[in-house]
Design a protein around this ligand. Structure first.
Ligand code: NDP
Length: 265
């Protein structure tokens, strides 16, 4: 019998996850289906319960339900616990296990696909929302030389930094400092906003990573102008999906052909 999976979000029509998981399933010969489900803003828990009761085996969770999924899960993996958010649920009897594969996806894209070794590097993480929180622990696991979080609302960066024992503050705290890896985990690109990054923030040989994908953002333009190598978040999207696929099926898909397929549009 075909095992059923899905992604819950609102909105959800734009999601690339059904296509990614269909490509993974075909490549690995796994018998599964994967749908996109629009959960009402006030009806996330009921939608998930219905799906699980109808035999669903697992689900991905996207905006705006990741924190609600964190509270809804009956058990959490350590990386979901650290992230304070869940993007992957696994159903087994009465148990609903919550996991978070976003950070693993980001690290794998940077280290493996882009060939950038994180160990010993100076990291600037911009943003203090769910995406930033979710990637801090996996980044720290790579033994960077230093990790700093900067955010428009400085207090949120400071709070996040304290929780993980790193440094954090507003953009003004970056003056006179340079970084080897600059990750934009803000949604500023959605509104075409420019981040007030001081001159010199991108060190020679820097990799600038924009978590958004599907558009050229001002952050990407800023980084290019400063001579940095630039990547968007499509690789992270495919890698977090591959990690979720592995959690569910115990099989790790080859992401390179899937990423190449998505890049074609
Ligand atoms: P949140 O809404 O939780 O956080 C938004 C963050 O962006 C906050 O730090 C906020 O700062 C900051 N921000 C928003 N607008 C501006 C602006 N104009 N100038 C400066 N800072 C701004 O979002 P998420 O953390 O969930 O997601 C962040 C981004 O990461 C999204 O664009 C999302 O698409 C992307 N993402 C990509 C993934 C992938 O697989 N590639 C996975 C997950 C997320 P403040 O605190 O001051 O409001």
């Amino acid at each position: 019998m075909t095992d059923r999976y899905c992604v819950f979000g609102n909105p959800i029509a734009h999601s690339k996850s059904p296509r990614i998981h269909a490509l993974f399933a075909r490549q690995t010969g796994q018998d599964l289906s994967y749908a996109a489900i629009l959960a009402p803003l006030d009806g996330f828990a009921a939608s998930v319960r219905d799906f699980a009761a109808a035999g669903g085996r697992g689900a991905n969770i996207t905006v705006p339900f990741k924190e609600e999924a964190f509270r809804f899960a009956t058990a959490l993996t350590p990386r979901a616990e650290a992230a304070g958010a869940v993007n992957t649920l696994s159903f087994s009897g009465e148990s609903i296990r919550g996991d978070n594969t976003d950070g693993a996806g980001l690290v794998r894209d940077i280290a493996h696909n882009l060939g950038f070794a994180i160990a010993g590097k100076r990291i600037l993480l911009i943003g203090a929302g769910g995406a930033a929180r979710g990637v801090i622990l996996p980044l720290l696991d790579q033994s960077p030389a230093a990790t700093i979080v900067a955010n428009r609302t400085a207090a949120k960066a400071a709070e996040l930094a304290t929780a993980f024992g790193i440094e954090g503050g507003g953009f003004e705290s970056l003056a006179g400092r340079a970084f080897d890896l600059v990750i934009n985990a803000t949604s500023a690109g959605l509104s075409d906003a420019t981040l007030p990054l001081p001159e010199g923030v991108f060190a020679p040989g820097c990799l600038a990573y924009e978590m958004l994908y599907g558009r050229e953002t001002r952050f990407m333009a800023q980084a290019r102008a400063a001579g940095a190598a630039v990547a968007d978040g499509l690789g992270m999207l495919v890698e977090q999906a591959a990690e979720a696929f592995f959690v569910w099926r115990g099989v790790r898909p080859d992401t390179a052909p899937v990423l190449a397929e998505l890049r074609k549009g």
